[in-house]
Design a protein around this ligand. Structure first.
Ligand code: NIG
Ligand code: FE
Length: 441
């Protein structure tokens, strides 16, 4: 038995514990710790600093990391023979679990038919105006019982976990009535209790104008403000509030109204901005001090500079322009140069359906010109910051949650290089092996 002083560099929480680990991962060819100072997102050149330990080792007790170092140090610190679970990561890459900070997993019905419409040249807004897109999913989701939404969500979470995601933010937004928005948020709450993944709930009642409020969008905003937000806050069903601010959807003024009310009720603000048209969303995001913003394909320089100054996180969603077959991707390189914190997410929804953060890392490299190291930073510590969980997750440090991935590749450059397949061999969530794709043992 060895006495260890376990501290988290983030929370400054100091816990005295005397423990033997119950699980170790050792001989890691590359152990990407992402060791992150001061709990802030990594900016500029720091996005490339992965704090790699070669021949690295991690020791875990219960759900926490109690040791990080080299394999030699591990062996000299603990009685190796006594440790019950030992994972030999020879020739393997080990990283923090992915955090997917922007998704829409609670829905019913699928939209595979829309691909042929896109191939015919129909835009996202054309499809929505024709009653497809979000509105089609709203129609199906309203009819679905709560149990069906839970069942659908579970399938998605299972697959996310298989691909290495250990924490996920997800939104309502396919109900658009008080009752069915609450139904979606309840499904998230149930899944958070039942599923190994940690889920952060966001209220997105302002996702689109429901058919009953066609041409009466201000009335719908009033419903969100006067009924939905108070009820959702009272039942403690959401941590964040999001709005789809876009030409023909919610205006800047409406977005402000919704988010200001949300803030008064204790919800934290997020915005979908500048996806199709530049509505000056980036400036709005910095005025409202959004924690994170999604899309930003069309954001102007003034808005981006304001985001850099206020530290609003740009959560980039390259799966969406990929599925919409757009030429433009968010200007990630410019954002890094300006000092904007960048995170990556799948944006999983019926228009853009991938559970794989590995795929998103590949798209970020090939289409937005992030380096593999920058993309991995954006998918771990920076996405932890996007959901304000950087004290607990996003890097492998003593005292933090033991959420990590063992990849069947020798180094992090392989993640985008060998693309379109699942490279995760084992996934550890809260100190437990939740995925084992290793059929060799
Ligand atoms: O972030 N753009 C708005 N909302 C989602 C898409 C939702 C849908 O098409 O069902 C997004 O891409
Ligand atoms: Fe989205």
């Amino acid at each position: 038995m060895i006495k260890l002083f376990v501290t988290s560099t983030y929370s400054k929480k100091e816990v005295f514990t005397s423990v033997d680990p119950d699980l170790v991962v050792y001989n890691c060819n590359e152990l990407v710790t992402m060791n992150s100072k001061y709990g802030a997102p990594r900016l500029y050149g720091d996005m490339s600093k992965l704090a790699i330990i070669n021949d690295g080792a991690v020791a875990i007790k219960d759900d926490r990391i109690i040791f990080i170092g080299t394999t030699d140090e591990l062996i000299s610190k603990f009685e190796f023979g006594k440790i019950s679970i030992k994972i030999d990561a020879t020739n393997k890459l080990v990283t923090p679990g992915f955090i997917d900070p922007h998704t829409h997993i609670i829905f019913d019905g699928t939209r595979e038919n829309e691909l042929s419409m896109k191939l015919e040249g129909k835009t996202y807004i054309d499809i929505l105006k024709a009653g497809g897109g979000i509105l089609k999913t709203v129609h199906k989701t309203r009819q679905a019982p709560l149990e069906k939404l839970v069942e659908n969500g579970k399938k998605i979470l299972d697959r996310m976990m298989l691909y290495g995601t250990t924490t996920v933010e997800t939104k309502s937004g396919y109900g658009l009535t008080t009752e069915s928005e609450i139904k979606q948020l309840r499904a998230i709450k149930i899944l958070n209790k039942q599923h190994p993944l940690d889920i952060i709930p966001t209220f997105l009642g302002a996702h689109t104008i429901p058919p009953e409020y066609k041409d009466k969008s201000d009335d719908y905003v009033r419903l969100i403000i006067s009924e939905m937000i108070p009820k959702i806050a009272k039942e403690n069903l959401a941590e964040y509030c999001d709005v789809f601010c876009e030409e023909g959807i919610f205006t800047r003024k409406q977005t402000k109204k919704v988010l200001k009310t949300a803030i008064r009720y204790g919800l934290k603000p997020q915005i979908h901005i500048d996806e199709i048209v530049d509505t000056n969303g980036a400036l709005l995001a910095s005025e409202i001090k959004a924690i994170q913003t999604g899309h930003l394909l069309k954001s102007n320089d003034e808005g981006l500079k304001a985001m850099a100054e206020t530290g609003v996180i740009a959560t980039l969603l390259p799966g969406t322009p990929f599925c919409l077959m757009l030429d433009d991707y968010a200007p990630a390189r410019k954002m890094i140069e300006l000092g904007i914190p960048i995170a990556l997410a799948t944006d999983l929804n019926p228009n853009c359906w991938t559970e794989s953060m590995q795929m998103i890392i590949a798209l970020a490299c090939y289409h937005m010109k992030l380096s593999p190291a920058e993309a991995l930073t954006a998918a771990t510590i920076n996405s932890a910051c996007a959901v304000q969980r950087q004290d607990e997750i996003g890097s492998l440090e003593i005292g933090k949650k033991a959420d990590l991935i063992v990849f069947d590749v020798p180094n992090h450059q392989f993640l985008p290089y060998h693309f379109g397949v699942n490279l995760a061999l084992k996934v550890i969530k809260n100190g437990k092996i939740v995925v084992d794709n290793d059929f060799s043992t």
